[in-house]
Design a protein. Structure first.
Lengths: 367, 367
C-alpha cells in the first residue's frame, strides 16, 4: 500500500469521531505500520481532553507487541509539540524511537511545530498533504487561522433570489425534504444558530433540531438583540424559551446587562461601531465559549452584515420552484454595499443536489 | 416486443428530424410491423410540406412486399384526417386495409380526428400515450392549443437573482461554457430571439449563433422597439444589422410604419393597451410567420412582461457563482405584480446541470 493509501485509511478512521465531541480539536487518525506494511496499531481522537490519535495508535501497537523503532507512524495531522490538556505527542514518538512519520496535513497553529522537532531528533518526516484531510478540518483551520467560528449561511430562496414576501412571510417556500435536510445535517453539525430577535419573534422560531421519529434536540442560539427585546415579559412565551438543559441563548447587545436574568440566557456585550456590532469581538467571545461552527439562519439584513464583514465561509442555498415579482419582497442579502460586477462577491461551487422539488447549492465564499 | 417498445422505436425514428425543417409540423415516426413482429417498413416526417411518416413507412413496407392487411401500423401521433399540403394519411391506411393502428399521442388539433375515422372503418385502433412522445412535441402542442409560439426564457443570474449591476453591466456573469451552451442549444433550437431595443443597443448584441469552430449562423430576432429607435440612422452600425440572407429583424411597434425601410427588417404593428403591447396579437403574428419557438433573452422588464402575460413556458436559469448586494442591481423580473407567497408563480423543476462553474436549472412554468 502506498503512503497516501495509509493516510487515506487514517483519514477514514479520523472521520469516525463525532465533531461535537472533539471540538475545539481537529479530526485526527493515526496508524502504526510495520516495515513489511502490516498495520499494527490504529487510533483516532474521540473526545476533547482525552487521548490523541497518535497515543491510541502507539499504545495499540505496543499491545500487539510491535517494535516501534522499525515502524512508520501515519498521522492525518502534524503531531502536537506543546502541552495542552494532554502531553505533547512528539515526546511519545521520540521516546519510542519511531523511525518514520508520515503527516497528512500541517497544523495551522504556530505553537505546533511537531514536524520540525521530530526532524531535529533524526526521525524521518514526510509530509503528504491529502485534500480530503485538509477539507475535513476546515472548521478547525478557520478557528485557528482566523480566530473565529466557521460561519455557514443557509437560505431558501425563490428562483429569483427572494427569501420572503414583503410581509416577511416565507411559509413554505422550501419543501419538507429541504427543511428536514436543514435539521438533520446543517443544524446537527452546528454548535449554534445565529439569527436576529426580529426573526425569532416574527417566526416564533424555536431553532432546535427536529428530525421525524426522534425527540427534539436542543441547540445553542446566538441572537442579535440590541434592545434586549427577548427579555421583555411579553416575549417569555416564545418558542425560543423552551426548557433548556444543555444549551444556551446568547443575546448580543451593546446595552448593559439587565438584572432580569433568565435561565440559560447568556448576555454578551458587544460594542457598536458605526451602527454595527463589532464582529471581531463577537468572534472572540464565541471561540471562548467553544462555539466553533455557526449556522446563520436569518433575514436579509443580518445575512448582508455577515457577508460584508467577510464572516461567511460557506453558503447553502435551497432554490425553490417559485417566483415572486415584487420589488418589496425580501432579498437574500438586504444591502447596497456591493454594487458592481467587478466587485461582486466571488463564490466557488462545491456541489449541488436535488432535494424534493428544490435544488440545494453549496458554495464556498472566496474572500 | 411490446406495443410500447415499437412506439418507442418509432419515437427514436421521429427524433431524427431537424426541428427547424419540419416546423410548424410535429415530429412523427411510424413503423409497419408484420403479424409475427417483423418491422417491414419505417419512416419519419423529415420536412414540412413533404411526405408524412405513415406514407413513408407504408411505401417502405410495400417495397418490401408486405401484405399490409395483416400488419400493424405504429405511429407516434394520431394520423391526420384532413387535406393539408399532403392528402390525409387515414385515406392511405384505409386504402391498404391495414388491420391495426397503434397511436403514441393524440393530435391536439380538433381538425384531426384520425383515430375515430379509422375506427369507423373497422380498423382496430389502440391509443398508448408515451410521455416521451408528448414531451417531444411540446412546441407543436403549445402552437396548436394556445395558438402562440412556445416561449423559453433564459437568464444568467447571481446566486441572489440579479442579472446585471445597476448600470446594466452583466459582462461576464456566466462562464464561457454557459455562453456556449446558449448558442449551441438554446439559440440553435429557437426560431427567433425576443428582446428589447434597449438590450440590443446597450449590449450591441448581434443575437446570432456563434459556436467555436463554426461560421456564425443567422437567427431571426423580434425586438420590442416602440419608438423604432433601431431605424434611426445613428443605430444602423449596430451589430444587429449584420448582413442577413435568410433571417429577419422583426420590430414590434405601435407606430405607423416609416418609409425608411431597411433590408430584412419587418415592422409588425401591435396595438398598445394599458401601456403594454397586446401580446395576443403578437402571438398570432408570429405563428403566421412560422415562428413556433422563441427564446427570450431580455432585461428584467421584458422578462416580467412575458411572465405576467403567462407567455413563458420554460425557464433556463444559469446560476453563476457571484453575489451582488445592491438594491439597484437589476432583477431577473423587474415588476411588482406578484407579491405574496400564495400567489407566487409555481415552477416545476425539469432538470439541473453543472456547466463550468455555473449551475443550469430548467423549470417549467405551471400556469
Amino acid at each position: 500500500m502506498s503512503a497516501s493509501a495509509y493516510l487515506h485509511k487514517a483519514f477514514l478512521l479520523a472521520g469516525k469521531a463525532d465533531p461535537k465531541k472533539i471540538r475545539p480539536n481537529p479530526f485526527v487518525g493515526a496508524l502504526v505500520v510495520s516495515k513489511d506494511g502490516q498495520v499494527l496499531g490504529e487510533g483516532y481522537h474521540e473526545k476533547a481532553g482525552e487521548a490523541h490519535a497518535e497515543v491510541i495508535a502507539i499504545n495499540n501497537a505496543l499491545a500487539n507487541g510491535a517494535d516501534l523503532s522499525t515502524c512508520s507512524l501515519y498521522v492525518t495531522l502534524e503531531p502536537c509539540s506543546h502541552t495542552g490538556k494532554t502531553p505533547p505527542c512528539t515526546d511519545l514518538i521520540i521516546q519510542h524511537r519511531i523511525s518514520r512519520v508520515v503527516i497528512g496535513s500541517m497544523d495551522p497553529n504556530p505553537l505546533v511545530s511537531g514536524a520540525n522537532i521530530l526532524k531535529e531528533k533524526g526521525i524521518s518526516v514526510e509530509v503528504l498533504v491529502l485534500p480530503e484531510i485538509v477539507e475535513m478540518n476546515e472548521t478547525f483551520n478557520i478557528n485557528q487561522i482566523l480566530k473565529r467560528p466557521k460561519y455557514i449561511l443557509k437560505s431558501a430562496i425563490t428562483l429569483n433570489g427572494k427569501i420572503a414576501d414583503s410581509t416577511g412571510n416565507s411559509k413554505w417556500l422550501s419543501g419538507s425534504e429541504s427543511r428536514e435536510y436543514v435539521h438533520r445535517h446543517l443544524r446537527t453539525a452546528a454548535d449554534a444558530i445565529l439569527t436576529s430577535a426580529k426573526t425569532v419573534i416574527k417566526d416564533n422560531a424555536s431553532m432546535n433540531i427536529r428530525i421525524p421519529g426522534q425527540d427534539a434536540e436542543e441547540l445553542n442560539v446566538i441572537i442579535f438583540d440590541r434592545n434586549l427585546e427577548l427579555l421583555k415579559k411579553e416575549n417569555h412565551q416564545l418558542s425560543i424559551f423552551y426548557k433548556r438543559n444543555k444549551s444556551v441563548i446568547y443575546l448580543i447587545t451593546d446595552k448593559a446587562e439587565t438584572t432580569e436574568a433568565l435561565p440559560n440566557v447568556d448576555i454578551i456585550n458587544i460594542p457598536i461601531n458605526d451602527g454595527r456590532f463589532d464582529l471581531e469581538i463577537l468572534h472572540k467571545e464565541l471561540i471562548l465559549r467553544n462555539i466553533c461552527q455557526v449556522l446563520i439562519e436569518a433575514g436579509g439584513s443580518l445575512n448582508a452584515t455577515m457577508m460584508e464583514a467577510k464572516a461567511v465561509d460557506e453558503i447553502f442555498t435551497f432554490i425553490c420552484p417559485r417566483i415572486l415579482m415584487d420589488k418589496a419582497a425580501i432579498n437574500q442579502f438586504n444591502s447596497s454595499q456591493i454594487q458592481t460586477m467587478d466587485n461582486a462577491v466571488k463564490l466557488q461551487l462545491l456541489d449541488s443536489m436535488t432535494i424534493g422539488e428544490d435544488i440545494l447549492l453549496r458554495h464556498k465564499v472566496v474572500h
